[in-house]
Design a protein around this ligand. Structure first.
Ligand SMILES: Cc1ncc(C[n+]2csc(CCOP(=O)(O)OP(=O)(O)O)c2C)c(N)n1
Length: 356
């Protein structure tokens, strides 16, 4: 792994984001090896198709809601592919492409957003926590897991995603501070897509960059071009490696832009000019890698078609909803109150069905 010019010392991050591949697809720094570049490209192509397919599924009524990460695939894929097998990922609702990249089947990734099950996948099997909807609550959870792993002597690191808006939540500050004080092996990846629904970044933070926040907590902070998968991968790899070897947490800010609406039910025209997105479309992470590697999306068309056909077939099946499952994963041992609630619901449903 080549090292980039970001140092683990507590120096202020640069205003200019770290970049290894520029907007034209030219290398401007030491790139990861060819095999890594190709897997970043492949995962971004599949991720873009997944975003488009999931959005289409909302229009067909097969998915309740979808927060697209179109344009943000370099963050999703670059940070996730930097994880090793034993590491953990703590995603938010927007990080479905990261979850798929980590190896969770597409249909299981979307089950929660479809609204019919608790997580949709087994977090332990994939080492991926459930998609987190409350802002920043995945931060303290991630730090708790990381700290516990360290106390047990496990050599693993934890990657936690959060948005720019999420950094204003108390949970984010508690997570940053606890992680720094206890040297927890965590990398906080702030995906700065510049909007928290209709609230712009300027109403969220006065700091020169979100990466600057790291200094106050005593962590290294990196400000990275979030549309450059090579830069994201390299910086996050370095931060995760340091975390695994006892060097403590870091904050990585990926500077990107939310091309699509917040979710399929949001209307961006009410709070931003359509032209604002234009420079970011030109800085598209996929376009950049098509140019760098001299191959386009068609290289992965067959694989993407297969994956999407499988996803559509699974999503077109009517979901089986068992109301009893509501109570199953709340506590390892259900409380008397929870058991009473479950019994009351069962009785109500039986009465509705006209059971004796
Ligand atoms: C604790 C909490 N407060 C409010 C909300 C409602 N909410 C959902 S998404 C969102 C904006 C989040 O923006 P950001 O963190 O920048 O992430 P992005 O959606 O842009 O990826 C808000 C306010 C929530 N989910 N959780």
């Amino acid at each position: 792994m080549k090292s980039i010019e970001a140092s683990p010392e507590l120096t202020l991050p640069g205003r200019k984001p770290i970049q290894l591949v520029d907007e034209n697809g030219s290398a401007v720094g030491d790139l990861p090896d060819e095999r890594v570049l190709r897997s970043l490209h492949r995962a971004m192509v599949l991720g873009r198709r997944f975003n488009r397919q999931a959005t289409a599924l909302t229009k067909q009524g097969r998915l309740a809601v979808y927060p697209s990460s179109v344009g943000q695939e370099a963050c999703e894929v670059g940070a996730t592919l930097a994880l090793e097998a034993d590491d953990w990922l703590f995603p938010t609702y927007r990080d479905t492409v990261a979850v798929v990249t980590r190896g969770v089947p597409a249909v299981e990734t979307l089950t929660l957003l479809r609204g019919d099950w608790h997580s949709g996948y087994d977090p332990h099997a994939y080492r991926v926590a459930p998609l987190c909807t409350p802002l920043s609550t995945n931060g303290p959870h991630a730090v708790g897991l990381a700290h516990a792993a360290r106390l047990r002597g496990d050599s693993l690191a934890v990657l936690v995603f959060m948005g720019d808006g999420a950094t204003s939540e108390g949970d984010a500050h508690e997570a940053f501070n606890f992680a720094a004080v206890f040297n927890a092996p965590v990398v906080f990846f702030i995906q700065n897509n510049q909007w928290a629904i209709s609230v712009p970044l300027s109403k969220q933070s006065k700091a020169p960059t979100l990466a600057h926040k790291a200094i106050g907590y005593g962590m290294p902070g990196y400000h990275v071009d979030g549309n450059d998968a090579a830069a994201v991968y390299t910086v996050v790899s370095e931060a995760l490696a340091r975390a695994r070897s006892g060097g403590g947490p870091s904050i990585v800010e990926g500077l990107t832009y939310r091309i699509d609406p917040h979710t399929n039910s949001d209307d961006t025209n009410r709070y931003r000019d359509a032209s604002d997105a234009e420079p970011w479309r030109a800085a598209d992470p996929l376009l950049r890698f098509n140019r760098l590697l001299g191959v386009d999306e068609s290289a992965y068309a067959e694989e993407a078609d297969r994956m999407m056909a499988e996803l559509r077939a699974e999503m077109n099946k009517d979901a089986h909803v068992d109301p009893d499952e509501l109570f199953e994963h709340v506590y390892a041992v259900p409380t008397p109150r929870l058991r009473a609630q479950a019994a009351a619901l069962r009785a109500e449903l039986a009465a509705d069905r006209g059971d004796a």
